[in-house]
Write a protein that binds this ligand. Structure first.
Ligand SMILES: Nc1ncnc2c1ncn2[C@@H]1O[C@H](COP(=O)(O)OP(=O)(O)OP(=O)(O)O)[C@@H](O)[C@H]1O
Ligand code: SF4
Ligand SMILES: [Mg+2]
Length: 331
């Protein structure tokens, strides 16, 4: 697999009351062609902001403090002009927003909205556009696409509308799809179907997928690698199998402890006490220290994101027992 996206030291700051709040701070990760990367963490930890920053869906005027590099096949998306970026969005990279229903325009048919996505990047498709739209609707498993193409969004169920949002995102066969909590508004059975659909589309189109979620169950089912975010920072990244076998960061361990276990009788979920800090109340040292069972004096200094064997990374002075030890280079 080749590296499609390389994010280096991404930072997003928002001006508030004369200072800059760091919503996302020093986030680095990579995504290979065809790979599924999960970004997981509690509410407010900066997952959506990270996703939006990758495709720069928020104009520079509202996010003037964007730092780092977002290299898509070697081109830094943070340095591109708006018109270059528009040409890439939809065609090479696409995003399904956290609140997908706001992506659909109630006054246009779903067919018109998918057609617009195709024609923006491929005007030559105009002569066979209806056939192309039907094909995309079929790809996202909309039944009877020839008749549904003329429906307005309100005429479809929630699950079906979600598929239409997916259809718009994949209409131009992007190489990278970012899906932000794509199933939270769906009921459980439809969620499973939609996740399977994303997996099938990814295989058929050879797409890389970044899946933003608060749910480690979704990560287990869908992802090859996972990045765990806390208070705007990456605190751990690892192959999914490894993180379930042996989490390195105490926050990851706590999140995994909160998952329902299939191998135990019904029991209360273990939850982490306290809440993540607000962006204007970030602790000076380790950001997780106020909630960490292992916090000690050394944790008053901010830990760096350190490499571990097996392509893993952790931001912790005292990683969980069993964490592979950092490789030491002979001096
Ligand atoms: N435009 C904005 N103005 C002010 N604060 C913002 C803005 N956008 C995000 N934030 C703050 O930045 C932090 C990260 O928000 P973000 O939406 O990225 O979190 P998230 O991890 O996606 O959460 P959720 O799981 O609830 O979707 C939150 O504290 C949020 O309140
Ligand atoms: S650095 Fe210290 S406080 Fe932070 S997660 Fe590690 S042990 Fe806990
Ligand atoms: Mg979000």
């Amino acid at each position: 697999m080749s590296r499609l996206l390389e994010v280096r030291n991404l930072g997003v700051g928002l001006p508030r009351d004369g200072r800059v709040l760091r919503i996302v701070d020093d986030v680095s990760f990579g995504v290979d062609t065809g790979e599924t990367l999960g970004i997981v963490g509690e509410s407010g930890c900066g997952k959506s902001t990270t996703g939006l920053a990758l495709v720069r869906l928020t104009p520079r005027s509202s996010w003037p403090h964007l730092q780092g590099q977002v290299l898509f096949e070697g081109r830094d998306l943070l340095q591109l002009g708006e018109s270059e970026l528009r040409a890439l969005r939809g065609r090479d990279l696409a995003m399904i927003l956290q609140d997908p229903m706001t992506s659909l325009n109630p006054v246009f048919t779903i067919g018109d909205q998918i057609a617009e996505a195709i024609l923006t990047h491929d005007p030559a498709a105009a002569s066979q556009i209806r056939g192309r739209v039907v094909e995309v609707l079929r790809q996202v498993r909309i039944p009877a696409p020839e008749s549904r193409i003329d429906c307005y969004p309100h005429q479809l169920s929630g699950g079906m509308r979600q598929r239409v949002v997916g259809a718009i995102a994949i209409a131009c066969r992007p190489r990278l799809l970012i899906a932000d909590e794509p199933t939270t508004s769906l009921d459980v059975t439809i969620q499973a179907q939609y996740l399977q659909l994303l997996k099938d589309l990814q295989r058929d189109l050879g797409m890389a997928l970044i899946l933003i979620t608060h749910d480690f169950g979704v990560v287990a089912r869908m992802c090859d690698r996972v990045c765990v975010m806390y208070a705007g920072q990456l605190v751990e990244s690892a192959p999914v199998r490894e993180i379930f076998r042996c989490p390195a960061h105490w926050y990851t361990a706590a999140l995994l402890g909160g998952m329902p276990r299939l191998d135990r009788k019904a029991e209360r979920l273990v939850s982490i006490t306290g809440a993540p800090p607000r962006p204007d109340r970030i602790p000076a040292g380790c950001r997780f220290a106020p909630r960490c069972p292992q916090a000690g004096a050394d944790c008053e200094a901010p830990p760096p994101l350190s490499p571990l064997p097996g392509g893993r990374q952790v931001r912790c002075w005292r990683p969980c027992p069993g964490t592979p030890r950092p490789e030491r280079h002979p001096s």
